[in-house]
Design a protein around this ligand. Structure first.
Ligand code: PMP
Length: 408
């Protein structure tokens, strides 16, 4: 069986032998959850301002205004400080970071997790630290993955969007030795397949099980960016959790800045992976640790996503909106909480977005070059904090403005 993995343990042993291994200082468990005093709950916030309903943000669970999340940030600022003031490896490591990382590892069902100052930094730090020989990347992967890949010396193979068969064909082709009996045997290389799970402009969901199967056939590792899925699926996890793929996906990455209502990124995986990142992920080593209020508010939001009913409310809103938009004969892409309404022409999309805005609905037009020519769209992303009346308001506005600009 070919193994194109990354042999992290032996890399770490080598570091240890050379006395180079860094560690985070051990922190006792935060048994009293001091920074996260339970609150009485309270009403869900209204996301929207008085004059507008926002249907375009990544605040999918509506938690940026949640009293409990805000209290967690306030308490962390008051008790731990507003900033980490140094790299985690110097003096920036706090109990709040460890509490969040424990909850992330529990949610992602991995040995451990590590936070970064952004999701962008998490992708750059992880991909450059792994330093693969070959990277197979979905053609629509996020810019932070694209940039991370550019910073490596890897050979890059782009496969068709969400197409596991194309991925398999490209891996099979690449697995042929360049020269029979030649010294460059691809079986000696480390291979990484990397994909977003939910694609934010198309709402598509990567076929992760099929991708894992294809990768396993050639011994490659799989890394999944769950930025737009974290907190929304099984027990507050992402697509990896909803498909029970924790043991087949080697690197689960995500951000704290969308459903988790905060700022920062994370990677969850094996003990060896996290040790490697602590030692070699430059945006972790050489950047100031996540701020304590950001870590504490993400923890509280994740706690709410795991144990509250907020996810159900989001998915009810998604179903209601999708049904209503399709009843208007609009083409709605995707299979996730992101509902791209395809308009086609960029001018039409702009007119529709402007008309919606006049009626107090914020849902911008997404145009080329962000999306291919002829597929301009309105990207609708409902939030758990929208109520029934908000959804009805959005649908009515689509109908009225759509008719006015001649699209319906
Ligand atoms: N990955 C994906 C798929 C994203 O959409 C984003 C943010 N737009 C990121 C990574 C980067 O996350 P952050 O904003 O936390 O840097």
């Amino acid at each position: 069986m070919v193994d194109r993995g990354f042999a992290l343990e032996s890399r770490l042993h080598q570091r240890e032998a050379n006395d180079l291994k860094r560690t985070l200082s051990p922190v006792d468990s935060v048994s009293e959850r001091g920074y996260f005093a339970e609150t009485s709950g309270g009403d869900l916030p209204v996301l929207e301002s008085e004059e507008a309903l926002v249907f375009a943000s990544n605040n999918y669970l509506g938690l940026t205004d949640d009293q409990r999340v805000q209290d967690a940030a306030r308490q962390a600022a008051a008790t731990v400080g507003t900033g980490s003031a140094a790299s985690r490896l110097v003096t920036g490591d706090t109990l709040v970071h460890h509490d969040l990382e424990r909850l992330l590892a529990e949610t992602k069902r991995t040995d451990r997790a590590l936070t970064f100052s952004s999701g962008y930094a998490a992708n750059v730090g992880t991909i450059t630290a792994l330093d693969p020989d070959v990277i197979f990347s979905d053609e629509l992967n996020h810019a932070s993955i694209v940039d991370a890949v550019r910073l490596t010396d890897a050979e890059v193979v782009i496969y068709d969007h969400c197409d596991a068969d194309d991925l398999r064909a490209k891996m099979t082709e690449r697995a042929e030795p360049a020269e029979p009996n030649g010294s460059d045997d691809p079986a000696d290389e480390s291979w990484l397949v990397v994909t977003d799970s939910v694609f934010s402009m198309d709402g598509t969901v990567a076929p992760l099980e099929a991708i894992c199967r294809a990768a396993e056939e050639v011994g490659a590792w799989v890394m999944v960016d769950e930025a737009h899925a974290t907190g929304l699926y099984a027990d507050g996890g992402g697509i990896v959790q909803s498909e029970s793929l924790e043991d087949r996906v080697h690197v689960q990455m995500g951000t704290l800045s969308k459903a988790l209502a905060s700022q920062g990124g994370y990677v969850a995986g094996s003990d060896a992976l996290i040790e490697l990142l602590i030692n070699e992920a430059r945006p972790f080593v050489y950047s100031t640790g996540l701020s304590p209020p950001a870590a504490a508010s993400a923890s509280e939001a994740l706690h709410i996503a795991r144990y509250g009913d907020v996810r159900e409310r989001l998915w009810e809103n998604v179903a209601h909106l999708r049904d209503g938009l399709e009843a208007l004969d609009l083409e709605v892409l995707g299979e996730s909480q992101v509902l791209p309404v395809i308009i086609g022409d960029r001018r039409d999309a702009l007119d529709l977005a402007a008309g919606l805005r006049e009626r107090g609905i914020v849902a911008p037009a997404i145009r080329p070059p962000t999306v291919p020519e002829g597929t301009s769209r309105i990207r609708i992303a409902p939030s758990a904090s929208h109520d029934e009346a908000d959804i009805v308001d959005c649908l009515e506005s689509f109908q009225i403005v759509g008719e006015k600009v001649g699209l319906l």
